[in-house]
Ligand binder design. Structure first.
Ligand SMILES: Nc1ncnc2c1ncn2[C@@H]1O[C@H](COP(=O)(O)OP(=O)(O)OP(=O)(O)O)[C@@H](O)[C@H]1O
Ligand SMILES: [Mg+2]
Length: 373
């Protein structure tokens, strides 16, 4: 599992660059050809396929625990309460859904969208196990693991946990299947139906949260999946991320620093298309030379994190010496990159993860440019 994880992480890194290029080119094409053009269908195929690719990479990265991960304090019960509409979208009407969060506040450190993704994966599996209908129950509670604990979550450290259970009245699994369900690419579904990445990504995500996930199942009766997340007692603020709106462009000059030529090319076109003037550099060393020559014009530096010769953070440090109030956005596709340059988050610098969707990028560019320093 470890080796597959490493392989997956390695592939995903390059793949995110490829997908960024495809998605941005597709978006530009869509804008150029207009809505009446018969070629629009093909552009939509490109966008659909690259979105599917992006979600596959996300699952692989989740499994290898290298997905960008932003935990904040959150009430798990609120996450579960909010998930109903998402579930209704993927479950047919002959399946009843009961969501019964407990009454206490379950404060956990969680990345909301990742936890939602896990629950959705579990619900999708329950749905698939009940082709002729049934019941899915989702509940929450608290569990204490003490020193004498030797049960199914024996690998977790002692303490209090928030628990989510997702149960179904479906086909269940025999022991041989149950033992393998968290393996990447393990599926009992027919070709084209399942990738076998749902539970392996759920496993990776929950491990990343320092939690545990376990299946209890009886063939012919049903399945209960249990997730444990460490409870934290700080009554911190729950931060929510806002939905991205359609971004306006601008006419500022932006320094784009990216070593991948395709990503550099499409990102440059995208920014130009929205009115910006773009100066491009292929690595950090190039970037500081160009910055020194144009520092009166450049309002924002868009920096890839990992590059040959000089990385994004180092280049930023140089630029900051020349122009202390230079604005920056870092781009990368890897949680590890952020860990290596942890100070990016600690310094409160802006960060965007690959594959970068054009809307997300343009929105952030505008936001950062408009910020008062
Ligand atoms: N609730 C469930 N009831 C019965 N079997 C299940 C349940 N959840 C998982 N399984 C079994 O575990 C296997 C692996 O699940 P997993 O979610 O990882 O992959 P998948 O559902 O086959 O494909 P994917 O989720 O990538 O579309 C399934 O193919 C199925 O055999
Ligand atoms: Mg699945």
């Amino acid at each position: 599992m470890e080796a597959v994880g490493q392989l997956a992480g390695g592939i995903a890194h390059d793949f995110n660059n490829i997908l960024t290029a495809i998605m941005s080119s597709g978006e530009l094409l869509k804008m150029k050809i207009g809505s009446g053009n018969p070629l629009k269908t093909y552009v939509e195929y490109i966008m659909d396929a690259s979105n599917r690719g992006a979600s596959l990479v996300k699952k692989l990265l989740a499994f290898s625990r290298k997905e960008a991960f932003y935990p904040v304090t959150a009430n798990l019960n609120e996450i579960i309460e909010g998930i109903g509409p998402l579930i209704k979208k993927i479950v047919p009407e002959d399946i009843d859904i009961h969501i019964t969060p407990s009454h206490e506040v379950l404060t956990v450190m969680a990345d909301r969208s990742l936890i939602e993704q896990v629950i959705i994966n579990l619900v999708a599996n329950s749905r698939d196990a009940m082709p002729s209908g049934g019941v899915i129950s989702i509940g929450t509670g608290i569990m204490k693991l003490d020193d004498t604990f030797t049960g199914t979550h024996a690998d977790l450290s002692r303490g209090e946990y928030a628990v989510v259970t997702v149960s179904d009245t479906g086909a269940g699994m025999d022991e041989r299947t149950r033992e393998r369900i968290f393996e990447p690419f393990f599926t009992t579904k027919e070709v084209g139906k399942g990738t076998g990445l749902g539970l392996s990504s759920a496993y990776g995500i929950i491990k990343q949260h320092n939690g545990g996930i376990h299946a209890h199942s009886t063939a012919g009766i049903g399945t209960t999946m249990t997730i444990l997340l460490p409870l934290v007692h700080a009554a911190g603020e729950v931060t929510e991320t806002e939905e991205a709106a359609l971004p306006p462009g601008g006419n500022e000059t932006i320094l784009l620093v990216e070593d991948d030529p395709i990503v550099r090319g499409v990102t440059q076109s995208l920014l130009k298309e929205f009115g910006y003037t773009v100066i491009v550099a292929a690595d950090g060393a190039d970037a500081i030379t160009l910055f020194a020559e144009n520092k009166d014009k450049i309002r924002l530096a868009l920096l890839d994190m990992i590059m040959p010769r000089m990385n994004g953070k180092e280049a930023y440090e140089f630029m900051k010496k020349m122009a202390p109030d230079i604005k920056t956005i870092f781009m990368s596709g890897y949680a590890e990159d952020i860990l290596k340059t942890r100070s990016i988050i600690e310094d409160g610098l802006q960060y965007i993860s690959k594959p970068v969707s054009p809307v997300e990028l343009l929105t952030m560019v505008r936001k950062v440019l408009d910020e008062e320093i």
